[in-house]
Design a protein around this ligand. Structure first.
Ligand code: ATP
Length: 228
């Protein structure tokens, strides 16, 4: 079943066009890597999907037209976004941050803190006092607490120490294996993406230039389209 369908998506920042024809599909239970060089439109695509910026073109989630919805309604439909920059409420504790995001479902405070043990240890601490890696875990935990059907992670491992990145990748793998949640991943680590993603869509200058099974993202494809 196709969960997310994006067809010929166009978007601009004021007068400046940023997307010129993004196409992608994501099935329930599938992990899709959205790849491309810097500035090619990955974050803009995610913002358009979540209705944070206006866009034109086909945009549907579970058969419902997203263009008619404000971003909070899109979130309620089941899109959980972890935006670039790991946003959380800095003055609230870890537990308060997680509870504030909660919606009914299998992801509870207990399950999220079991997935990310450092959050269990810091439950009563203010988010502002967490390390960058812990804040990223909290941001992912907040998205999981909304019990989404699609989890979108925008550069979730960027700027983190290798050991913390590994913890995040292990958590993503566990989410995939244990829940079958659909995941859209933006990341630059080809090796880790290859281990968890089923398919890839590559953007070049605001449009889809390549799509296929992750196993076909060879070194040549990565060099030609992603620059890695
Ligand atoms: P990166 O990997 O560097 O995050 P990206 O593929 O996510 O890149 P976007 O951030 O979506 O790329 O940027 C696509 C284009 O839109 C770029 O040309 C960028 O300069 C432009 N852009 C992004 N955000 C804004 C903004 N708030 N205002 C104006 N232009 C923007």
């Amino acid at each position: 079943m196709i969960l997310l369908k994006v067809e010929n998506l166009h978007a601009s920042y004021g007068p400046v066009p940023a997307l010129f024809g993004v196409n992608l599909e994501l099935a329930a239970g599938e992990v899709l890597a959205l790849m491309g060089r810097n500035g090619m439109g990955k974050t803009t695509t995610v913002k358009a999907i979540c209705r944070m910026i206006p866009a034109n073109g086909g945009l549907s989630f579970d058969g419902q037209d997203l263009h008619r919805m404000p971003s909070h309604a899109v979130a309620r439909l089941g899109l959980g976004l972890v935006p670039e920059g790991r946003r959380c409420f800095r003055d609230l504790t870890v537990e308060e941050n997680l509870i504030a995001a909660a919606r009914r479902g299998e992801w509870t405070l207990q399950r999220v803190t079991a997935l990310f043990p450092p959050l269990e240890a810091r439950r009563a601490q203010r988010a502002a006092s967490l390390s960058g890696g812990e804040q990223q875990m909290l941001a992912i935990g907040r998205a999981l607490m909304t019990n989404p059907r699609l989890l979108i992670l925008d550069e979730a491992t960027e700027g983190l120490a290798p050991i913390v990145r590994q913890e995040i990748w292990s958590a993503i793998t566990a989410i995939k294996q244990e829940t079958g949640m659909a995941i859209l991943l933006i990341d630059k680590s080809l090796r880790e993406l290859a281990q968890v993603a089923d398919r890839a869509v590559i953007l070049g200058r605001g449009k889809t230039v390549w799509s296929g099974a992750m196993t076909y993202v060879t070194a040549d494809v990565a060099r030609d389209y992603v620059g890695i």
